[in-house]
Design a protein around this ligand. Structure first.
Ligand SMILES: C[S@@+](CC[C@H](N)C(=O)[O-])C[C@H]1O[C@@H](n2cnc3c(N)ncnc32)[C@H](O)[C@@H]1O
Length: 238
């Protein structure tokens, strides 16, 4: 296995919480959400040449499976072995081929090869709460991404005036699932002007970003991810 494991055991244990496994394992039936599909279709994500797609923090395979059914050659990674087991089961019963891997990222090993499409959806980047780890991951996303490739990511736009840590984003202990009594994780919350310079610093360029409210047909309907979510597309800097 070309991956080394995250040293924060508490974070790893929290990611394996049974309530979380049940929740993200159950989300698989949702498939791609309306706001994801609208964004991916209109941002040019699907227009990029190539079919190799990498899904980071894939959970139970909610997005990996429909994307494989659309013809992508999908590699999907998650730190939680129980979720990967559920994802493999779903792929097998749906007769869908996905390369599911249990591993923590970073690193993203060069052995994975190059991808035309990379995604870190459902605010995955918040889990990479150490700033140096985040920079390393973004650099490796760029290295694994083909020249004309696209990187789709989402984040909660932190608009509060809370004091920054490390001068970029704030780290908070948050319950894994709101309203569910389960382990807390450390998560980093960004403002747009904090996260985008990190993306640029890694040699990528944000080419599209839209708030979730702009992507749903019925703006009065509550969205599962919260209204502060921003969906973004990045490409290589020229
Ligand atoms: C919010 S869930 C999203 C799951 C799935 N992508 C979806 O949208 O339904 C985030 C996932 O990231 C995984 N995760 C968190 N930190 C990780 C890390 N450093 N490496 C790999 N996976 C990680 C968690 O185990 C969890 O399944």
């Amino acid at each position: 296995m070309p991956f080394k494991h995250m040293t924060d055991r508490r974070q790893i244990e929290a990611l394996r919480d049974p309530a979380v496994v049940q929740k993200y394992g159950g989300d698989i039936k949702d498939g791609l959400y309306e706001w994801e599909t609208t964004f991916l279709n209109s941002s040019g994500f699907f227009g990029s040449p190539g079919k190799r797609l990498l899904s980071l923090g894939c959970g139970g395979g909610r997005e990996a499976l429909p994307l494989a059914q659309m013809g992508f050659d999908v590699t999907a990674i998650d730190a939680c072995a129980a979720l990967i087991a559920k994802a493999r089961e779903a792929a097998q019963s749906g007769k869908v081929r996905v390369n599911f891997l249990t591993a923590t990222v970073p690193p993203l090993s060069a052995e994975l090869g190059a991808f035309s499409h990379i995604m870190a959806t459902y605010n995955f980047l918040s889990y990479i709460y150490e700033l140096e780890e985040m920079k390393r991951l973004l650099r490796q996303v760029k290295e694994r991404m083909a020249r004309n490739g696209k990187f789709f990511f989402t984040f909660h736009d932190r608009t509060s005036r809370a004091r920054s840590l490390d001068g970029c984003g704030i780290v908070k202990e948050v319950p894994q699932l709101p309203g569910v009594n389960c382990a807390t994780i450390k998560a980093r919350f960004f403002r747009r002007d904090e996260l985008f310079p990190l993306i640029e610093g890694a040699g990528l360029r944000v080419v599209d970003s839209r708030r979730i409210g702009e992507l749903v047909r019925d703006a009065s309907r509550p969205v599962k991810w919260g209204t502060s979510t921003v969906l973004c597309l990045a490409s290589h800097q020229q």
